[in-house]
Design a protein around this ligand. Sequence first.
Ligand code: IVH
Length: 671
Amino acid sequence: MTVPPEITARKEELCGLINKFNYQYYAVDNPEVSDSEYDRLFRELKQIEAEHPALLTLDSPTQRVGGQVLDKFIQVSHSLPMLSLDNMFNEADLKAFNKRVKDWLNSENTPTYIAEPKLDGLAISLRYEQGILVRAATRGDGKVGEDVTVNTRTISSIPLKLIGSGVPEVIEIRGEIFIPKLGFESLNKQQIADGKKPFVNPRNAAAGSLRQLDSRITANRPLEIYCYGLGEIKGLAEMPESHSAAMSMIEKWGCRISPELQKVSSIKACEAYIKQIGERRDTLAYDIDGVVFKVDDLYLQQRLGFVSRAPRWAIAHKFPAQQEMTTVEGIEIQVGRTGALTPVARLNPVFVGGVTVSNATLHNQDEIDRKDIRISDTVIVRRAGDVIPEVVQVVLSKRQEQSKPFILPSRCPICDSEAERLEGEVILRCTAGLYCPAQRKEAIKHFVSRKAIDVDGLGDKIIEQLVDKGLVDDPADLFTLKIGQLSALERMGDKSAENIINAIDLAKKTKFSSFLYSLGIREVGETTARSLAKHFLTLDALKEADEEVLIGIEDVGPIVAHSIVTFFHQPHNQEVIERLLMAGLEWPKEQQQLTNTVLSGKIVVLTGTLEELSRSEAKEKLLALGAKVAGSVSKNTDYVVAGRDAGSKLTKAEGLGVKVVDESTLIEWIR
Ligand code: IVH
């Protein structure tokens, strides 16, 4: 059956449009059409292809969804080998590399390099013939790889057809396929939800996803590409002179290039690049394991050539690994302020993510069970940036035969009281409350911490000794300490003892919110403590509040409300509070926030210079009157207070018809 020419033309038009929109959306993140318009075009194309199967071509975007299932991957020889990179680790290596390049080129000058991130994924070679993607192959051993064309077609940021002018007869484009960090997280969540093993890292996930015999699976994996080089080329009218020009050329044809490429022309600039990418490593959307420097000039690249399997014109600077293997020497149980028993793995120290890691929290029994972590296991530890180190996975092949699953104790390891796990909670807790020395220590550490009553110089080690020696049982005991008792502690002189006593004395003057926070009421963090202080103004008012009243307050839900009521009902807590107040703990009366003033709920904007009040005073007073102080004028603004030299905000207010008042009105309001 012949296809009417107008249908063929429409099919081609649709392919072109959709491929262009794909490029805008996935490669340059700059879409020009709405999702619904895109969907409409896509459906139209599918319909045409269904009615006229003869029109189905390899560059059709409908082919991205996958479908074909293979029994094995076919091997392909690379027409030009896929090289690897030599590594360097420090400044001296970088200088040595630069010297080798200059010597080989017989040149005095450092050539221009292109610096790029070294992506941590897997290399791919994409072969385009007449602009159409005809084959995609993995690197393999560099000479022979695997044909993963069908899977690669499902990756939206890989063009099925190169767009624009000057596309040659044959071109191989090389790049790195990877899964971004966010995509990795959601993929692993899905794996766990499906009862499957999570992937160890994005690179393994990317490799596993690309090597699926069922391309429908690959189609559902969040794979992406950045292109970084070229292979075989035939029939290109004008060869680019540099690597950077080559990258711009393929970018115009629709290939995705890293936005981090940068020209660097000195060792200093190379080092600055290493530093800036290193600092941003954790905030990049994808994993990198270093940076690559390449001689920009392609003629010079050719003169330099390569040795064994790596080019002389490029080098990779490797960042410290963020994942390493080590062994679990033991699992200790820590008891927290609220009695939570937290298992912590003691690790054979290992250098990972730039620091030596010897502990990693295992969180709770569920987490231990899920990962089946046992003492003596070999594990993979990950530490990325400032994130706390984590045991990612056990290396099961290295497990010792006699190892047993680890189970948290049923009693507190410190006070031997029973530990319980409340329904619906994952945390096991010691039930002894402040009778447990561990909880007591943590409660006191919290009480003196900076955001609580803030006692300068009273460190954890001192508190531990004070509790162990029976000198301090609860926060109120701190105020009865004598210099002599402190100076008798390990590594403590008279002077330091005196300083601490003074600091304790100084901390007596506090704020109501800090005091509430310092009590360590479960679920009451800094913000809740502030809301409570602002709302109740006095301790007595708060103590009398029932759950219903509490739930009506900002930041307070039923669990928090319950926890507050329970806390103030406990005789022990009442007694400690009583003794704290007796010891002289005090705070200024909270500022009453007035309701029912002319300003309650009104939005006020301050602008220009005020004569009698400072900006912050004015703001504070307005807040106390129940107003909201905003930074910019909109149609929702109720008043603009205009001081001297008021500018654009005043103009805008006048334009919008917002009521404008002067400082004397403001002062009247306050009075
Ligand atoms: S260029 C001739 N550039 O690193 C040089 N490779 O160790 C060929 N890689 O197999 C590679 N990011 O998978 C180059 N910006 C980048 C790269 C990069 C990651 C990978 C690539 C290669 C391996 C070499």
